[in-house]
Design a protein around this ligand. Structure first.
Ligand code: PEP
Ligand code: MN
Length: 337
């Protein structure tokens, strides 16, 4: 059960509601519910009659939520959440395209790719500054230098920036520059990082862990909403299976299920899902058809020389073709729930 307080409710009203609920033998605690502030959660034992809760001073609504994820659930918030990023709206029915290299490698590289993807129709630019790499010997990203380059890219192109916060210690630095802070697949259950993201005013792109169930993923998003940040964008990026023909397996069925279960927007990252350039366009078409709110695609102007993920990076011309192909599909499937 989620108890929504009136906007004008005071801290004392909230404390009183918590005490009244506890007096009945339940536990309750105030949480931040995004736009709907000052909510008490009941960790109930069995169904609770909402009527007596509604009679308490300051209470606006008492909403039974049967799912373990509460604020993320459609039971609590029926309408789609639309995440504003500059002039872009993620989750409003239009298809959002995020494109750019896996990692920022130089100013020349980032600016060249940004100009190309913008011309093709990208709405946001992506590029890693702090990279999660399997090998400690692999390129780890340019760090703060890359953040400065990303700032420059935004100034030059006007494209909002998506970049990853590898841990909570770099969050301050990253959120200063990023318009959307990415939490990577390997960090989906980094609870310190999720809590930090909950305190941020910047939207968060939360990737699905490579072996995470939908419930674990939505519970990770719950940490961020519970911390007070309502702007979470989910991103399906493939899960690990036994296949050898692609790096991961794109779990397309996650898209309609998440859209049914949650009001949060969901994007698909076909690049990390397949790991191979030749599969990116077909998977993108499929993602749009199942109702994804957008795509995040890796693009590099010289993929053979890329310092990470070159094999899955589209050439700019291919990205342009993808944009052209996807536009009529996006219109066709705009109302897919
Ligand atoms: C990335 O987006 O570059 C990345 C590392 O993705 P993931 O966390 O999905 O592997
Ligand atoms: Mn990558």
């Amino acid at each position: 059960m989620l108890v929504v307080m009136h906007k004008r409710a005071t801290a004392e009203d909230i404390a009183q509601v918590v005490r009244a609920i506890e007096a009945r033998g339940y536990s309750a605690r105030p949480i931040q519910g995004g736009e709907r502030m000052a909510i008490g959660v009941l960790h109930n034992r069995g169904p609770v009659d909402p009527n007596w809760i509604l009679s308490l001073a300051g209470v606006k609504e008492a909403i039974p939520v049967t799912r373990p994820y509460k604020l993320v659930s459609r039971e609590f918030h029926a309408q789609d959440t639309v995440v504003p990023v500059g002039d872009v709206r993620i989750g409003n029915g239009s298809l959002v395209l995020i494109a750019g290299p896996c990692a920022v490698e130089s100013e020349e590289q980032a600016l060249t790719i940004a100009r190309q993807v913008k011309r093709a129709g990208a709405h946001l630019f992506r590029g890693g500054a702090f990279k999660p790499r399997t090998s400690p010997y692999a390129f780890q990203g340019l760090g703060e230098k890359a953040l400065k380059i990303l700032d420059r890219v935004r100034q030059e192109t006007g494209l909002p920036i998506v970049t990853e916060a590898l841990d909570h210690t770099v969050y301050d630095l990253v959120e200063e520059v990023a318009d959307v802070v990415q939490i990577g697949a390997r960090n989906m259950q980094n609870f310190t990082l999720l809590r930090r993201a909950g305190q941020s005013s910047k939207p968060v792109l939360l990737k699905r862990g490579m072996a995470a169930t939908l419930e674990e993923w939505l519970m990770a998003a719950e940490y961020i909403l519970e911390g007070g940040n309502p702007h979470v964008i989910l991103c399906e990026r493939g899960i690990r299976t036994f296949t050898a023909h692609s790096r991961n397996t794109l779990d397309l069925s996650a898209v309609p299920v998440v859209r049914k279960e949650s009001h949060l927007p969901i994007l698909v990252d076909p690049s990390h899902a397949c790991g191979r350039r030749d599969q990116v366009i077909p998977l993108s078409r499929a993602a749009v058809a199942v109702g994804a709110n957008g795509l995040m695609v890796e693009v590099h102007h010289r993929p053979d020389e890329a310092l990470s993920d070159g094999a899955q990076s589209l050439y700019p011309e291919q990205f342009q073709r993808l944009c052209e192909e996807i536009a009529p599909l996006a219109q066709l499937f705009a109302r897919v729930p």
